[in-house]
Design a protein around this ligand. Structure first.
Ligand SMILES: Nc1ncnc2c1ncn2[C@@H]1O[C@H](COP(=O)(O)OP(=O)(O)O)[C@@H](O)[C@H]1O
Ligand SMILES: [Mg+2]
Length: 328
């Protein structure tokens, strides 16, 4: 009887053990499934965050395996959406600003273009006055008219620089290269076009031609003339206390060098690196109407033509600007 009782008891204990073991196994497999789901969710979460961080704001994370991960997903998704909204707002703002800037720039271009016409008309009338076409003027009257003409030419140069700058910002300089340009003839033409301004300032432009005879270049003569005129006008403006401006032409197998030298104010060491910057100008020191666009544009033009501008100067001893172009 006792034996049977013991047997039944041990069977009962065995059954309880088996039952407990099975229950433990079930719980373990449930836990392990939850663990894998959570791990998978964390991986997806990390991918979603790094993807959003690199700019993919379309990405969203699915709800996780439980209430907490569901909450995390909701917060992260709404955070990404708010970043996306801000991104859109910033883009719209930038677009609007661009549009406003374009309108402003077009307005300035229109205005400067319209200003050019009366300036040229005034200049022509001043020439007629100086030539005595209306009535012979006395020396004081001629001096006064010359001064008005100088200011007028400064204004015209300023308006042209503004227009050039607008054109450059819009579509860059597109050179129209012509072959077989006789360099000497091109320089003679440019000097004779600048001589009237030079003589108003009592300046004499001298030419030293050290190029091989009949030297030819391939370039955009309109753009190169703009640069040369800019350098000559600067030499006229800043070549104070000296009568001469020297142009030197040189060439070798690879380069053609056009240098403009004056013997005036020169440029200090600390300013020489700034002179090609947009809007850098020391002109207000000499009460000159200027915007600091001349050298900025000249540099851009020469770069477009495949060359560079070199400058050397010492304060109060003048400056030399050299246009270095590739030989054709
Ligand atoms: N030949 C020169 N001699 C001395 N300084 C010069 C000369 N050319 C240019 N600079 C300096 O470089 C500045 C920038 O020249 P530029 O771009 O032509 O502008 P702007 O003449 O309108 O001031 C001038 O204001 C001046 O300070
Ligand atoms: Mg200038």
């Amino acid at each position: 009887m006792i034996k049977l009782l013991l047997y039944t008891l041990s069977l009962l204990i065995f059954i309880i053990f088996v039952f407990a073991y099975l229950n433990l196994c079930r719980k373990f497999s449930l836990l392990s499934a939850k663990y894998h789901k959570t791990l998978k969710y964390l991986k997806a979460l990390s991918q979603c965050v790094s993807s959003a961080r690199w700019g993919n704001l379309q990405i969203r994370i699915e709800n996780g395996p439980n209430a907490i991960t569901e909450e995390i997903s909701k917060s992260l998704n709404s955070f990404i959406e708010s970043v996306l909204d801000r991104d859109k707002m910033i883009l719209e703002y930038v677009e609007k600003e661009k549009e406003n800037n374009n309108i402003k720039e077009d307005f300035i271009a229109m205005l400067t273009h319209d200003l050019k016409v009366p300036i040229i008309a005034q200049d022509n009338t001043l020439d007629l006055l100086l030539e005595g076409k209306f009535k012979e003027l006395n020396p004081e009257q001629k001096d006064a008219i010359r001064n008005i003409k100088i200011s007028n030419l400064d204004l015209r140069h300023l308006v042209e620089s503004l227009l050039d700058s607008h054109k450059f910002e819009k579509k860059g300089f597109v050179p129209k290269i012509q072959d077989d340009i006789n360099l000497r003839k091109f320089i003679d033409d440019t000097i004779s076009q600048t001589n009237s301004i030079a003589s108003l300032h009592n300046k004499i432009i001298r030419l030293y031609d050290r190029c091989e005879p009949d030297y030819k270049i391939s370039t955009d003569i309109f753009l190169l003339k703009r640069v040369l005129q800019n350098l000559l006008l600067n030499a006229i403006s800043y070549g104070i206390n000296s009568q001469y401006i020297d142009i030197t032409l040189e060439n070798n197998d690879t380069q053609c060098i056009i240098s403009v030298r004056d013997y005036g104010l020169g440029i200090s060491k600390e300013n020489i690196d700034k002179i090609f910057n947009k809007y850098y100008s020391a002109a207000e020191l000499y009460s000159k109407a200027s915007m600091g666009l001349g050298l900025y544009l000249s540099n851009k033009i020469i770069e477009t033509l495949g060359g560079k501008i070199r400058v050397s100067s010492e304060e109060n001893k003048g400056a030399e600007f050299s246009i270095i172009l590739p030989a054709k």
